[in-house]
Design a protein. Structure first.
Length: 303
């Protein structure tokens, strides 16, 4: 596959938007509870994707085509399952941002890139030595980034690690269902599902007022329209023209952009120790995505 510089830039823009979303989420915590924020942003993301279903259908020539019964079942099963996992993962992340800086949250969340191949053990996809080396690097980075001399991880760090684990599961579920159903429709269903899963308990326990939601319009719209709607669309368009491994490497810049956004917008600076931890984790992220010997041989054969 010949990689287009234009599509690499689109993926970099996607990573930039997702990195900036950590700032929006952090600011959103000043106005709304975690469940309310995620419920509103997810519903907005679903609404934004509705017109894109028609647009992508016309581009692919499938506009108006009715899915087969089996395809429809897989679409809804995958969309709802992804939505439930996304709702829990994003809520843990939102809670974690109440205790951790934007940059730290970005890097700990990015651990999913290392955890995905490790979780692959349970579906008979054994990781190689390269992945275990990446895990060791990531653990070293986490130690420098999170440990402050206490006996255990802080509350925010633990929540973000749980979020990262769930995002790893989310990726594996998407990996299973995306070849079986339309990607934009699947994402649209997952956002509406996440909105309902977060919205119902938000109404029961956080009891949000319209005034609070209106006051948080900027971070909510950024997270809903740009992070969910626009960034997802850019990813879908660009990844069709970029090698998967290269695409993952570019998207992993999300963690770097989160540090820069936290520093520029919120004035959140990391200590020298935390910066070294970030560097180790970024090296782990890159190492985990580099193709192994078999992958390179397969790529050469397919050219």
């Amino acid at each position: 596959m010949k990689t287009s510089p234009k599509h690499l830039l689109l993926l970099a823009l996607t990573a930039l938007i997702w990195g900036g979303a950590f700032v929006a989420q952090s600011v959103g915590n000043d106005y709304l509870g975690p469940l309310t924020f995620n419920g509103v942003r997810s519903l907005i993301g679903g609404v934004v994707l509705l017109p894109l279903i028609t647009a992508f259908g016309r581009i692919s020539g499938n506009a108006g085509r009715q899915p087969a019964p089996g395809e429809k079942k897989k679409l809804w099963t995958g969309g709802v399952l992804c939505g439930v996992i996304l709702a829990v993962a994003s809520t843990l992340q939102q809670w974690g941002l109440q205790y951790a800086s934007v940059g730290k949250a970005g890097f700990i969340t990015a651990m999913y890139i290392v955890l995905v191949p490790v979780l692959g053990i349970f579906i008979k996809r054994s990781p190689g030595a390269k992945v275990w080396a990446a895990v060791a690097l990531a653990l070293g980075g986490l130690y420098l980034l999170c440990w402050s001399g206490g006996a255990a991880l802080g509350m925010g760090d633990a929540l973000l690690l749980g979020c990262s684990g769930l995002f790893s599961l989310h990726i594996l579920v998407i990996d299973h269902f995306s070849p079986l159903a339309d990607g934009v429709k699947l994402s649209c269903i997952q956002f509406f599902t996440a909105g309902i899963v977060c919205g119902v308990p938000a109404l029961l326990f956080e009891k949000p007022a319209w005034g609070q939601i209106a006051a948080a319009w900027a971070p909510v719209l950024y997270a809903g329209v740009l992070s969910c709607g626009v960034a997802y669309t850019l990813q879908v368009v660009a990844q069709k023209h970029v090698e998967p491994t290269l695409a993952s490497l570019v998207l992993s810049l999300e963690s770097v952009f989160s540090v820069l956004a936290g520093w520029l917008v919120l004035g959140q600076a990391l200590t020298a120790r935390e910066l070294v931890g970030c560097a180790l984790m970024f090296c782990a992220i890159v190492l985990a995505q580099l193709p192994g010997k078999k992958s390179r041989e397969t790529a050469e054969q397919n050219r």
